[in-house]
Design a protein around this ligand. Structure first.
Ligand code: FAD
Ligand code: NAG
Ligand code: NAG
Ligand code: NAG
Ligand code: NAG
Ligand code: NAG
Length: 594
């Protein structure tokens, strides 16, 4: 879910407040008993003799059908000496829009990932440097393009990054001095009523499925499936990629309490591994790789095609958006406590959805399928009555809409083209909250008071800052068998994921940016303290998450690390807080010295 519309521009920042980054020390992983650790070497840099010569790039360009792009930062033409009035006007128009950004080889969605230590070429920066923008992009159109790019990067020891939409909150879809494999235009999308995985025994029944190329967006999948009266577990946001980071890291959805996480619904992956081979992974072949790709995050290969299980279309879906406002923070905190007191009941009744909370308001955006409008209204009423009992709270009247199908609702939530929903500098920090927390008065009290403290800390750096509470687990997410996938096992005990957000301006000095980032990490320590053994959803997480191995992967980490060594011995797919990244320095350029 996207909190950006809600995170107001007034990211008033404590630029003057300085703090030093607390270097998170990664625990050393024991040597794998299966294979000796390969010697890792620094990635080749453009100023070094190992860097490919122009002729080499040129012949690579021919191999990929002339689809190699020399990549520059997106707002370069708004800066001297590259200034171009017409182009700059176009850049300013598109800059804060996801749909423009995802068409630009030089852009990602959160602009801070286009910079290194604050240095880059953002629109309002006074200088223009390449920053973390890749030097080359391959605008891939086929599996052969993917294979050629993987082989080229491996052969020349050039850093490889992989991007579809660039939504990644940890900056994992771009890298300095890299060649970027861009999958956005690979738009294969087929509905298969009787899909049989490759290599399956003869008696296996075909499954209802959708076959998706690595450039397809969730809105495209939902639209096509609606016409076939089917649904799929996918993101709530129209422009998130259907193949790539979302499902590799877990993938939650308003449909998850009914049908599990995205990883619980993968039937098959076709993947190009670091050796350039195409492998088909499913329940019958390459099973270990299939396991790693369902929760282990990016870093095991490039997905060329995914096959997801589909489910019968939903009918009668209600969408409740209740808004409670008060200038009095004590009142808001009491109302939020009451909200959490209802949370477990709502989950049991089949609700899912999102809540955005600041010191002044709390906004509920909840889905209830297979129920009539009166049932939905009655379910929310006790909470709204409680809120109305405060004279200094303003409570919206019933704003529940009723929709015939999931897509009918999904469509209405697609951001209008005018919405400025990207192009900000932005960090998250987060924690999965166990279902047990909502089952006792004590648990609800502890969570509500912890969130009140966190909100207070957040308001000190960003007066309008807030946090999201995602009701996307429980139900089928809890029933999913965590041994079948490599997703963080804590998901199976969770009911909610809480995500706090922080941002800064292009002009905020680097020390101020680090201060905001460190504050987020520090504030979530309070949640870490009351949720021992849980963790965080890696796709909506703190890019500086401490002990990420435990917090993103839990008990699956050891096996994931072994599989990383098996399928990517030389760490071609190295990325921030990805499996094996503790063997690299903080920029993932050189191996960490022992
Ligand atoms: C506005 C917004 C809304 C969101 N809503 C949800 C939500 O409802 N539920 C949820 O679970 N998450 C949500 N997320 C988080 C989302 O899952 C992650 O941002 C995810 O990484 C996006 O994947 P992408 O492929 O679209 O983005 P990208 O940034 O292009 O890629 C993300 C990662 O996947 C890798 N990757 C991309 N394509 C491939 C490929 N073909 N093969 C291998 N690796 C690949 C990249 O290298 C990178 O590491 C949301 C994020 C945003 C910004
Ligand atoms: C790759 O080739 C195409 C077609 O010849 C050309 O337009 C493009 O500029 C080349 N890319 C690079 C980086 O030279
Ligand atoms: C750049 O600065 C102008 C003027 O302060 C502001 O209106 C605009 O929103 C800023 N743009 C970005 C991308 O931060
Ligand atoms: C990438 O390729 C697609 C066709 O596959 C084309 O439509 C698009 O314009 C290309 N983008 C860039 C930036 O070259
Ligand atoms: C804020 O609300 C609380 C009850 O929620 C009340 O006790 C307190 O007096 C209020 N404060 C102000 C300044 O109105
Ligand atoms: C709710 O409805 C009442 C009566 O119809 C109206 O007076 C009030 O302004 C409404 N409240 C809001 C927040 O819209």
């Amino acid at each position: 879910m996207r909190p950006l519309q809600l995170l107001l521009q007034s990211a008033a920042l404590a630029a003057a407040l300085f703090a030093t980054a607390s270097a998170a020390t990664a625990p050393q992983e024991a040597e794998s008993p299966v294979a000796p650790r390969p010697r890792l070497v620094c990635r080749c840099q453009p100023d070094q003799p190992c860097w490919p010569l122009p002729d080499t790039w040129s012949s690579f360009n021919q191999t990929v059908g002339g689809r190699l792009i020399a990549t520059t930062p997106v707002s370069r033409e708004c800066h001297q000496p590259f200034y171009d009035e017409a182009k700059c006007a176009e850049i300013k128009k598109g800059y804060k829009h996801d749909r423009w950004r995802q068409l630009q080889p030089g852009a990602v969605q959160q602009t801070n990932w286009e910079t290194i230590k604050g240095v880059g070429c953002l629109l309002n920066q006074t200088t223009c440097e390449q920053g973390a923008v890749p030097l080359y992009t391959v605008n891939a159109s086929s599996i052969a393009d993917i294979q050629a790019t993987v082989r080229f990067a491996a052969q020349h020891n050039v850093r490889l990054s992989v991007k579809n939409t660039g939504h990644d909150y940890l900056g994992r879809s771009t890298a300095a001095s890299s060649v970027n494999l861009w999958t956005y235009f690979m738009k294969k999308l087929n509905v298969e009523p009787k899909f049989i995985p490759e290599g399956a025994p003869k008696d296996v029944q075909g499954a209802d499925a959708v076959v998706v190329g690595p450039g397809v967006l969730w809105e495209e999948v939902n639209r096509v499936l609606d016409a076939h009266k089917r649904i799929v577990v996918g993101g709530a946001e129209a422009t998130v990629g259907a193949v790539g980071g979302y499902c590799l890291g877990g993938g939650h959805s308003p449909l998850s309490p009914r049908h599990g996480l995205c990883v619980d619904n993968v039937l098959q992956y076709t993947v190009v591994t670091a050796d350039g081979q195409v492998r088909v992974a499913n329940d019958y072949q390459n099973r270990d790789l299939f396991w790693a790709l369902r929760g282990g995050g990016p870093g095991f290969g490039v997905i060329a095609e995914a096959v997801y299980r589909t489910h019968p279309a939903l009918q009668n879906i209600n969408y409740a958006t209740n808004f409670v406002y008060s200038e009095n923070t004590t009142t808001i905190n009491s109302i939020v406590r009451e909200f959490y007191a209802n949370y477990g009941r709502w989950a049991k009744e089949g609700w899912s959805g999102y809540t955005y909370t600041t010191t002044k308001f709390t906004l509920m955006m909840f889905y209830l399928p297979d129920a009539d409008l009166d049932t939905a209204k009655a379910s929310v009423k006790p909470y709204l009555d409680y809120a109305r009992s405060f004279p200094d709270a303003q409570v919206s009247n019933d704003t529940i809409t009723h929709h015939a199908t999931y897509y009918d609702l999904f469509k209405t939530l697609i951001a209008s083209p005018e919405t400025e929903n990207a192009g900000h500098n932005y960090h998250l920090a987060s924690r999965l909250i166990p279902a047990s927390m909502f089952q006792s008065k004590d648990g609800v009290d502890r969570l509500a008071s912890t969130m009140a403290q966190i909100q207070d800390g957040l308001a000190q750096i960003m007066p309008d800052g807030g946090y999201l509470t995602h009701l996307v687990a429980g139900g089928q997410v809890s029933r999913g068998n965590s041994r079948d996938t490599s997703v963080l096992p804590a998901w199976r005990r969770a009911l909610s994921h809480i995500v706090i957000t922080g941002g800064w301006l292009d002009t905020t000095p680097y020390e101020g940016q680090v201060y905001v980032q460190d504050t987020l990490t520090r504030l979530v320590d309070r949640l870490r303290a009351i949720t021992p053994g849980m963790g965080a959803y890696q796709n909506e997480a703190d890019p500086n998450e401490p002990q990420f191995q435990q917090n993103f992967f839990g008990s699956n980490y050891r096996r994931l690390k072994q599989l990383k060594k098996k399928y990517d011995r030389h760490s071609l797919f190295v990325c921030r807080r990805c499996v094996g990244s503790e063997d690299w320095d903080s920029d993932e350029v050189c191996p960490r010295r022992a």
